[in-house]
Design a protein around this ligand. Structure first.
Ligand SMILES: [Zn+2]
Length: 393
């Protein structure tokens, strides 16, 4: 249980959930946001840190990563890949299924300070055989809707939905729609939501989207594969515009390979919203750069979102998609008074920054968020080492 006070003095607070972008103090008490305002005072025991010229945001929420470190061949160490980048909550997107999630829940995730949640894969063993079988739905006997539903229902506050990997390596085209329907059924029966990998799909994207409903997540939606959101003329396909209008969540899950920034630019110019920015953190081949959350927020700012919009897509929006406000021990992606104090502090560097994608696009930006400190439940869990405590120097 976090105790005590922490006062961040004189930072630029960007809290899109509350429409705040202003210089303020942030006072944290007993692990929760206590006050936001100017000239706040703290008790004599409080830790007081001057964050003049720095940006304070809610802790970043990565809605698609792979954190079952050791549980399969491609998951990463959560704290090492989240905390230095301002990420306070990571959602594992289907690394495990109902047969093998308990070791993730009981032995891997408790090793970390990062808040770790999950989607269960509709495959009973998740992505355990990903490197060999690409997601493992080659025999649909690997799916049990009932067991998946039971596992999710038994883990409220930990399991937030069902994942399915609709990739041609993972499922044959003649089985793909049936597998998708089974995953949707598990999401409906568990009262949660469906996350569908929609890059490199074995069946047309519109066929997939028609099975998805409001609140379901189309992850890797801005990919540059053959079945992407654009038609041959570069226009948003009507079924994609319809899906956006129906409230299907458009999630980035960049991965180094599943996001084509020219598709992103087309989407933005045609009024398609970038709902959630996420990493798809995984152990990648050497030729692939998997960007962390601070880099992705900076990139999406560079391609046209305002900084507030990009931060919203990495904080309050993923929190809303997951319904985190219903879970009192988890951050709701805002700095509202009373909210869990998960916070990130950044320097907003100015210069010339360049990022790349696997399609050969170069993204150039003038600003970049560089993490200074990451705070979870009111405790500083990572800092760059240049924080000045007032009164000590
Ligand atoms: Zn993934």
């Amino acid at each position: 249980m976090a105790t005590g006070e922490l006062l961040l003095r004189n930072g630029t607070i960007i809290d899109p959930g509350n429409n705040i972008n202003a210089i303020n103090d942030l006072l944290i008490r007993d692990g929760r946001v206590c006050a936001v305002g100017t000239d706040l005072t703290a008790n004599s025991e409080a830790q007081v840190i001057d964050v003049t010229n720095k940006v304070i945001t809610p802790g970043l929420i990565d809605i698609h990563g792979h954190f079952y470190d050791g549980g399969n061949g491609s998951a990463v160490h959560a704290d090492a890949n989240c905390l230095p980048y301002g990420t306070t909550t990571g959602v594992d997107a289907g690394s495990a299924g109902y047969l093998n999630y308990k070791a993730m829940r009981d032995y891997v995730f408790p090793m970390h300070k990062t808040n770790l949640l999950c989607f269960l894969h509709i495959s009973a063993i998740g992505l355990a055989a990903n490197r060999r079988l690409g997601g493992g739905l080659h025999d649909l006997n690997i799916i049990s809707v009932q067991d998946t539903v039971d596992a999710i229902k038994a883990n409220s506050g930990f399991c937030f939905g069902v994942k399915i990997r609709m990739h041609y390596n993972a499922v044959a085209y003649w089985d793909a729609e049936r597998a998708l329907c089974m995953a949707k059924e598990a999401a409906v029966q568990s009262g949660t939501r469906l996350m569908v990998h929609v890059s490199g799909t074995p069946i047309p994207l519109p066929t997939i989207l028609k099975h998805m409903t409001e609140g379901d997540i189309a992850t890797h939606i801005f990919n540059g594969d053959r079945e992407n959101i654009l038609d041959n003329a570069g226009q948003i396909r009507p079924e994609v515009a319809d899906a956006a209008a129906r409230g299907i969540v458009f999630d980035v899950a960049h991965a180094g390979i599943h996001c084509d920034m020219s598709v992103v630019r087309s989407a933005i110019s045609q009024g398609i919203k970038i709902d959630t920015i996420s990493t798809d953190l995984h152990i990648s081949p050497d030729d692939r750069t998997v960007y962390k959350m601070n880099d992705l927020v900076s990139q999406f700012h560079a391609v046209g979102l305002t900084l507030d919009e990009a931060i919203a897509a990495a904080t309050v929006t993923p929190a809303k998609v997951l319904g985190l406000a219903n879970h009192s021990k988890l951050s709701d992606g805002t700095l509202s008074v009373g909210s869990v104090a998960d916070v990130a502090v950044f320097d907003l560097l100015e210069g010339r920054f360049v990022w790349h994608d696997m399609s050969g696009n170069m993204i150039e930006g003038k600003t970049k968020l560089d993490t200074v400190a990451t705070i979870i439940n009111g405790q500083i869990v990572w800092s760059r080492g240049s924080l000045n405590e007032m009164g000590e120097c």
